[in-house]
Ligand binder design. Structure first.
Ligand SMILES: C[S@@+](CC[C@H](N)C(=O)[O-])C[C@H]1O[C@@H](n2cnc3c(N)ncnc32)[C@H](O)[C@@H]1O
Length: 205
């Protein structure tokens, strides 16, 4: 099977990425959008592009049921080692289709796409939105964080306009709950900033 293009760069140094990603907390990364997450009772959560499992572990620790999708073996291994005490269901799968997850037939209260959408081509984003939407429960929430700034030449990465993501979600029947643009980067990179887009599958919201 050919490697997932967006994973280029991650397999070479998973320890370095683990150190970076685990140096910030779930609460800090998700602070702007956590109030939209349906976490008052145990939720079924899909963390796509879970990396080394920082968010999956934090959510599993508080009693939620977390499926963590991560196509890079080295990142999964780091996550399994670092968060061995947490009940995380690691899945080797990838956007845009999420074949295995879709095949499992499970639906989710919350889908996290944290710092991963940037690895998809325009065509893949269409397919990925369809797949993710199909995995949401009727009142499910989908949260994306979007990276903005220069794209490193050795990576399969795109600076995707927020407006495109918002329009794509709406085309797929999702309701926009939140959009915000933030200065700065949790890892301290001067030229990078992030935005957040949160959708609900619930048409009445
Ligand atoms: C910037 S990291 C973010 C990791 C984690 N979500 C976090 O915030 O710490 C992006 C992750 O997405 C994964 N990835 C890249 N392309 C992907 C794809 N097509 N489908 C799913 N995950 C992908 C990479 O292997 C990497 O672990």
């Amino acid at each position: 099977m050919s490697p997932v293009p967006g994973t280029r760069g991650y397999a070479e140094k998973p320890e370095k990425f683990a150190k970076d990603y685990e140096s910030v907390s779930f609460e800090k990364v998700h602070k702007p959008v956590m109030r939209f997450y349906p976490l008052d009772k145990p939720a079924s959560i899909l963390d796509v592009g879970a990396g080394t499992g920082r968010d999956a572990a934090a959510l599993a620790q508080t009693g939620h049921f977390v499926d963590a999708v991560e196509p890079t073996a080295g990142m999964r291994e780091q996550g399994q080692k670092l968060h061995a005490g947490q009940q995380i269901n690691w899945i080797n799968d990838s956007l845009p289709q999420l074949h295995s997850v879709v095949q499992n037939g499970k639906k989710y209260n919350l889908i996290l796409l944290t710092a991963v959408w940037m690895h998809l081509t325009p065509e893949e984003r269409e397919t990925a939105m369809t797949a993710c939407k199909s995995l949401l429960l009727p009142q499910g929430v989908m949260s994306l964080s979007l990276r903005h700034g220069p794209v490193p030449p050795d990576r399969h990465m795109f600076d995707i306009p927020d407006e495109e993501v918002i329009a794509l979600g709406k085309t797929h029947g999702l309701q926009l709950l939140h959009h915000s643009v933030h200065k700065g980067d949790t890892l301290g990179r001067n030229d990078i900033h992030w935005s957040y887009v949160v959708f609900s599958a619930d048409a009445s919201r």
